[in-house]
Design a protein around this ligand. Structure first.
Ligand SMILES: [Fe+2]
Length: 194
């Protein structure tokens, strides 16, 4: 399957990132799309298999890039999709889910913000079927920190490239603006599809 960039349109209703920050970020996302097509093309050639080596090898480079780029595609698509506009409020069915595992919706939110501050790459609210609970997980890179089986529900990009152009080192304001711009309808759809 060839990877094709999804079309995310910038909206002036979105106040978490400005147009310049959005467009720069979109170019990075497109880079992962292109790399996945390149990697799948290399894998289809079935070459370098005999030289595979865990210290250094061409094949190791492809394998390291494969999950890095694929998660880069997936996580960016979840992130851009779940950015909404101001004054979204979650429905009771959503807040109940999160309150179940965190004590209250507000406590879930406090943990999500803390996880964002603790992350170098991503914070992901995901469903973990192994323990039947929702978890805010911290990823230091696209491929570092994920649970082997988990379903993303809400995704926030905490790489510096996601906010530095607009917010410089003020990551707290970026996180707070994101929390006010969550598209809770998308979150609800993801919860209902579990
Ligand atoms: Fe990003």
């Amino acid at each position: 399957m060839e990877f094709v960039k999804l079309n995310f349109e910038y909206s002036d209703d979105v106040t978490v990132i400005n147009r310049e920050q959005f467009e720069a970020h979109m170019r990075l996302y497109e880079g992962y799309i292109n790399k996945m097509n390149e990697i799948d093309g290399l894998l289809a050639e079935n070459s370098d298999l005999e030289q595979a080596n865990s210290t250094y090898s061409e094949y190791r480079g492809i394998k390291r890039g494969e999950t890095f780029a694929l998660n880069g595609v997936i996580l960016h698509e979840f992130y851009f999709e779940n950015i909404g506009s101001l004054n979204n409020v979650p429905e009771d069915s959503v807040t109940r889910c999160l309150a179940r595992d965190y004590g209250s919706f507000d406590l879930w939110q406090d943990h999500f913000v803390a996880t964002a501050k603790a992350s170098r790459g991503w914070v992901v609210l995901c469903y973990d079927p192994r323990s039947d609970r929702f978890r805010n997980i911290s990823l230091d890179a696209h491929d570092i920190g994920n649970i082997a089986i988990s379903v993303p529900i809400l995704v926030l990009d905490m790489y510096e490239h996601a906010y530095f152009l607009e917010y410089a080192d003020d990551k707290t304001t970026y996180i707070n603006n994101f929390m006010k711009n969550i598209d809770w309808c998308i979150v609800k759809d993801r919860l209902e599809s579990l």
